[in-house]
Write a protein that binds this ligand. Structure first.
Ligand code: NAP
Length: 293
């Protein structure tokens, strides 16, 4: 499989030798219900991944704790040997309980084990980007130095090429940047959930890719009369408009919308061709202000 020359949404350079399509793909939805166990339709999951890459997507987001292992194994089955130019971004910092619960796993030993789990399930000798995910435990004021430092050591050892962060605050980004370069921040952000505006601006200033998770609202799909009105007027779907808003919000943003269907994947990639006019941007901006008030 070869990666087409044209990246949907254009390319965003994260670091030397690391450029990704601004429209990427988030693989979490390929696991079973609750991101646990096998998918309802494994053949469709494989087809979604292959269609994404054939369409020019060069950024796939995953984690070994999706399933667990299920999603990484499907990625490997669908795409290995991986084409040049495709970048698989994974994350560590959690494990799953036997009932599917999300549990913290942030000690250096647990992080090292998760990196090795990702190497094995994806079938690679080194991971392109590993995000340290600070979600299940503590909050925005915690020190992440020990956890991020453990990953920085694996980067020095060559098991990881680049490091990123997920579910972190600006002060935690400061702390991490003093330890090793950070190429991505992956926090929750979308048209209605605008609590991370300052982080988006900070990433733009520092040349870090900001990769919002739940760009379409995640498990709670975006609902807004304004969004519906703008989408109807422009003749595009609400999902395309929500993604186009993010693409225009900052040139530092790279998207990883998730879907388990090729039809939704193609629709989402169509956001690359939608340049929102200024009046539509202003109308859509009001959704976040209304949600925040
Ligand atoms: N770092 C973290 O802590 C964290 C947390 C959550 C997610 N993530 C990452 O972020 C990625 C994106 O988040 P997400 O997948 O949870 O949420 P999302 O992209 O906001 O939304 C996905 C949901 O929207 C639906 N959908 C997608 N395209 C659609 C379309 N065109 N029309 C109608 N429905 C559509 C999907 O259902 P269908 O399957 O039916 O299309 C799915 O239920 C994940 O895949 C994962 O890689 C990271």
């Amino acid at each position: 499989m070869t990666v087409p020359v044209t990246a949907p949404g254009g390319a965003l350079v994260l670091a030397d030798g690391l450029a990704v399509s601004r429209l990427g793909y988030g693989a979490m939805q390929l696991a079973g219900p609750g991101v646990f166990g096998p998918p309802r339709d494994r053949d469709e999951a494989i087809a979604v991944l292959r269609t994404a890459v054939e369409s020019g997507v060069t950024h796939i987001d995953t984690a070994d704790f999706y399933g667990p292992r299920v999603v990484n194994e499907i990625i490997r089955e669908a795409l290995a040997p991986y084409p040049d130019g495709l970048h698989i971004v994974t994350k560590v910092g959690a494990r799953r309980g036997p009932d599917g619960s999300w549990l913290p796993a942030v000690s250096p030993a647990e992080l090292v084990a998760q990196v090795h789990d990702n190497l094995a399930s994806l079938g690679v000798a080194a991971l392109d980007v590993v995000n340290y995910r600070h979600a299940e435990h503590g909050g925005p004021a915690d020190s992440i130095a020990e956890a991020f430092g453990a990953l920085a050591e694996l980067r020095r050892d060559g098991l990881i090429r680049h490091l990123g962060l997920s579910s972190v605050s600006v002060s935690q980004l400061d702390e991490a940047q003093a330890i090793a370069p950070v190429v991505t921040v992956q926090n929750e952000y979308n048209l209605a959930a605008r609590g991370d505006d300052a982080m988006v601006d900070r990433c733009e200033r520092d040349g870090i890719a900001y990769v919002p998770f739940f760009p379409l609202g995640g498990f709670t799909p975006l609902q807004s009369d304004i969004l519906t009105r703008v989408a109807d007027r422009l003749g595009h779907s609400r999902q395309q408009v929500a993604l186009a808003w993010l693409l225009r919000r900052s040139p530092a943003i790279a998207l990883i919308p998730g879907t388990s269907s090729r039809a939704h994947l193609r629709e989402n990639l169509g956001a690359a061709d939608l340049r929102l006019p200024d009046d539509a941007m202003a109308e859509l901006d009001a959704i976040g202000s209304a949600a925040a008030s």
